[in-house]
Ligand binder design. Structure first.
Ligand SMILES: [Zn+2]
Length: 246
């Protein structure tokens, strides 16, 4: 994947607009690009209807802090879109305990590379399908989450075997081998369900990352496979900036 060079990025255009003395307010701009409440992408880039949920034996439950779900870089929210048995549960809501109903069983595992984690292998399903519970947040948040949910703290932990570098490009990471939530789930399903399932989930992940990079001015519309009827938007920014600076 080639990133754009020498192209004025989207955020520079937004920054120029905000610095304009005639800039009125951002809500008018954001109102032009409401976000899909499910996939989190701008409405005209929504991928929900493009994705056919995959049938898998493994149940995957993502637990995410509600503030994490407001971030455009979040990938955990795509799990219910990708997987028939995918679930997303929020934690950290004021005055509301995390819903852990149905998660405690001898077939449930916590997917996180903690110190006690065993490496995931297909053997774990020898007695039947399992439930993978996946903390979603930055690395520090995800590491602490298990201890903040006492009922889940005793679940056995699983980690992925070493794999290729991450393809996530929406947040800075000190380690290119640290994968995002959806990448981790795709790789886990690759082990448990087969390569085809992994590739299908990774295709959704790539689509989300590329569309988000395009909205940030970091990827060319062709590379991000942006629909023709959406591409006019970059021209819209230039028109607005020119108008504000008159
Ligand atoms: Zn959507």
């Amino acid at each position: 994947m080639t990133f754009l060079r020498n192209v004025r990025p989207y955020h520079d255009r937004v920054s120029a607009l905000r610095q304009s003395k005639k800039f009125i307010c951002s809500p008018a701009m954001s109102a032009k690009c409401p976000r899909c409440p499910k996939c989190g992408l701008q409405a005209d880039l929504c991928l929900c209807k493009l994705v056919q949920p995959i049938h898998v034996q493994t149940r995957v439950v993502v637990i995410a802090h509600f503030k994490e779900l407001a971030r455009t870089s979040n990938t955990g929210r795509l799990v219910p879109i990708c997987l028939e048995r995918g679930e997303l549960r929020k934690r950290g809501l004021p005055m509301q305990a995390t819903d852990v109903s149905g998660l405690i069983s001898d077939r449930s595992y916590w997917l996180y590379p903690g110190e006690e984690a065993q490496t995931l292998t297909p053997e774990v399903t020898k007695d039947g399908p399992i439930t993978l519970i996946v903390p979603d947040g930055n690395w520090t948040q995800a590491g602490k989450m298990r201890h903040r949910e006492p009922e889940l703290a005793h679940l056995p932990q699983l980690k992925l075997p070493p794999g290729p570098p991450s393809r996530y490009r929406l947040r800075k990471s000190p380690d290119i081998y640290r994968v995002s939530t959806l990448e981790a789930i795709a790789r886990a399903l690759g082990i448990l369900e087969g390569e085809e399932v992994q590739k299908a989930v990774e295709a959704v992940f790539d689509l989300m990352v590329e569309r988000t990079l395009w909205t940030r001015g970091k990827l060319d519309a062709d590379e991000a496979q942006i629909p023709e009827d959406v591409r006019h938007r970059s021209g819209l920014w230039d028109e607005l900036i020119a108008k504000m600076q008159q």
